[in-house]
Structures are given as structure tokens and as C-alpha cells.
Ligand binder design. Structure first.
Ligand SMILES: [Zn+2]
Length: 182
């Protein structure tokens, strides 16, 4: 997401190269339906590019509010295709200006980032090796946030999952289905 790419050789950083799929044995997690609707809407609005954004929460409500952030990966790719081999159809890079502003505004409301989300267009619901590399990078700004992935297949939302950091194993996640609370 920010900072150097996985190929830069991060000293002392464990590189997790396996992708993480949803674990069918884990119980699904519920999210307020308006929030789920908003992140799915965002994914559909920008398809075939990937969407990305933040979910703010506070002490009482972990998932309170969705903040869309612009995926500027195509811009990064055009300016340096070696460092950024993929464009916004296959990767995301959150606009730093936007997410820093969002964090500032959230802090003023006593909220913080509890989850980040992005979409996969024409791909399943998992954390890719790139997603994991971003998430475990020392400069990644939201190491304790849950990661939500919206999978779009055939221009429809096929599945939404939440990948939760495993507290005892830095850089590792477990994934479960995310569904609307009724
Ligand atoms: Zn991804």
C-alpha cells in the first residue's frame, strides 16, 4: 500500500507468500447491512478497477462508518511500472492524502480505523501474496485492522470476507465470511 514494494528485500521482515483463503470452519461475522451495502456499492462503482477504503469504529461500535479512498495504483503504475507492476485493475494503493485526512477527521470524532477494505475483480475472496506483503510491511499504517475483501465475479458481488490479524502471529490472518446483520 505505501512504502517500498515486496521486491525491495525487507530486512527482518517475514515475507508471507501464501495467499489466505476463507476458512470454512470459522463462523461468519456480521456487519451492519448499510455498511456492507456501501462497500459492495463502491466495488461495483469502480469495477473493473479495485476499490479501497477504511471502516471507522469507536469504543462501542467497531464497524461504524465507511470512508471511500481513491485507488491511485494506475497513476503509480504509469509513473513507475517497475516498482508498481500492476495497475488499479489488479492492485490497490490508497491515496495517502485522502487516508491521512480521513484518519485526522476520525480522531476528531474519537474514532479510529478498525478495518480496511478492497475488492477483487474477477477473482475470488482471499488475501493475495501482495495483500499480505502490504499488510505485514513495517510501514503499513493499519497493522491491527481487519482486512475486508469484496469478490466480484461476472459483475456481481460473489462473496465478502473479513481477514482478521492473528494476534500471536504478526503478519498472519484468518478469514471468515462477512454477512449483513439482519
Ligand atoms: Zn487483494
Amino acid at each position: 500500500m505505501t512504502g517500498p514494494r515486496p521486491t525491495d528485500g525487507w530486512a527482518g521482515t517475514e515475507i508471507v507468500s501464501e495467499r489466505v483463503d476463507l476458512d470454512p470452519e470459522l463462523e461468519r461475522r456480521l456487519i451492519p447491512s448499510d455498511l456492507l451495502h456501501e462497500i459492495c456499492r463502491h466495488a461495483l462503482d469502480v469495477a473493473p478497477e479495485e476499490c479501497c477504503g477504511l471502516i471507522m469504529g469507536n469504543e462501542t461500535e467497531r464497524l461504524l462508518r465507511v470512508v471511500r479512498v481513491t485507488n491511485i495504483m494506475t497513476k503509480m503504475h504509469v509513473s513507475d511500472s517497475e516498482a508498481f507492476p500492476r495497475d488499479a485493475r489488479h492492485a490497490y494503493y490508497m491515496s495517502e492524502i485522502e487516508y491521512l485526512r480521513a484518519i485526522e477527521e476520525a480522531a476528531a470524532r474519537e474514532e479510529s480505523v478498525s478495518a480496511i477494505y478492497h475488492s477483487h475483480f474477477g477473482q475470488g475472496c482471499y488475501l493475495s501474496p501482495d495483500d499480505l506483503a502490504f499488510a505485514s510491511h513495517p510501514l503499513f499504517p493499519f497493522p491491527r485492522a481487519d482486512q475486508i475483501v469484496v469478490s466480484l465475479l461476472a459483475d456481481r458481488v460473489s462473496e465478502v470476507g473479513v481477514f482478521e490479524p492473528i494476534e500471536t502471529a504478526a503478519g498472519r490472518f484468518r478469514g471468515r465470511r462477512l454477512e449483513a446483520a439482519s
